[in-house]
Design a protein around this ligand. Structure first.
Ligand code: NAP
Length: 204
């Protein structure tokens, strides 16, 4: 059985996006610094399922190759879906993509759509994504979805790519978590260029 993993780039002060994020300002004011590491090295990393490619350090490329190779399905929230303009219909990873929303968009409710819209709660989203992923992992991409997973005891691991920037405001990752503390174990730390990848296991 695969794991449920949250993967995200984060500022050192805990933001997944800067202030004023939206479809015309994806990562918010100053938030592009979170993804500076995507173009910081000399190793090509084609993003599976898309026509995008990163240029990153060897250390980051080795890590991403391993992690993306284990990816079976993805869950994101409606804000990320809208901000990413539905990834032009090609969600990263190329696997089944589940979007949590209260109002599924008509445009993507059609035969052959790469998206499944989930309206009946986080347990249902994780159950459906796990079934689609088979033995592979389910990747969580949005802050609010990760928070719901942690509260429901559904998240296994957290993989943060920490960017060397202090954003000072924006979308905080680890809000709304309810009862604290939540204990973590560090699995590994990988130093890239303009990024430090830290992989944690949630102690249950
Ligand atoms: N730094 C990174 O690596 C990275 C990666 C990806 C995204 N981001 C950033 O993360 C931000 C998006 O994350 P976010 O946490 O703000 O929003 P989000 O999780 O993408 O979307 C939140 C929305 O999802 C829907 N939703 C969430 N839980 C639901 C539930 N249980 N049932 C039904 N619908 C539900 C609701 O939309 P409706 O009620 O409207 O349907 C809710 O407003 C953006 O700023 C994006 O740029 C950063």
């Amino acid at each position: 059985m695969g794991k449920v993993i949250f993967e995200n780039s984060i500022s050192l002060d805990g933001y997944t996006a800067g202030p004023n994020d939206g479809p015309e300002n994806g990562l918010g004011d100053g938030g592009e610094a979170l993804f500076a590491w995507y173009q910081s090295g000399d190793v090509d990393f084609p993003l599976p399922g898309t026509d995008m490619s990163f240029k990153i350090s060897r250390a980051s490329a080795d890590l991403l190759t391993e992690e993306w190779g284990k990816l079976g399905a993805m869950i994101a929230g409606r804000r990320m879906f809208d901000i990413a303009h539905a990834w032009g219909g090609y969600p990263p990873g190329g696997g089944p993509c589940f979007i949590m929303t209260h109002n599924p968009p008509q445009k993507w409710l059609k035969e052959g759509s790469p998206f499944t819209f989930v309206t009946d709660g986080i347990e249902s989203a994780v159950r459906q994504a796990k079934a689609a992923a088979g033995n592979k992992n389910v990747s969580i991409s949005s802050a609010s979805i990760m928070q719901q997973c942690i509260k429901a005891g559904l998240l296994d691991e957290i993989m943060l790519s920490v960017a060397p920037v202090l954003l000072g405001g924006g979308v905080r990752l680890f809000d709304n978590l309810g009862a604290m503390p939540i204990q973590l174990e560090t699995i590994n730390v990988v130093q890239g260029i303009k990024v430090t990848h830290i992989h944690f296991r949630i102690v249950k």
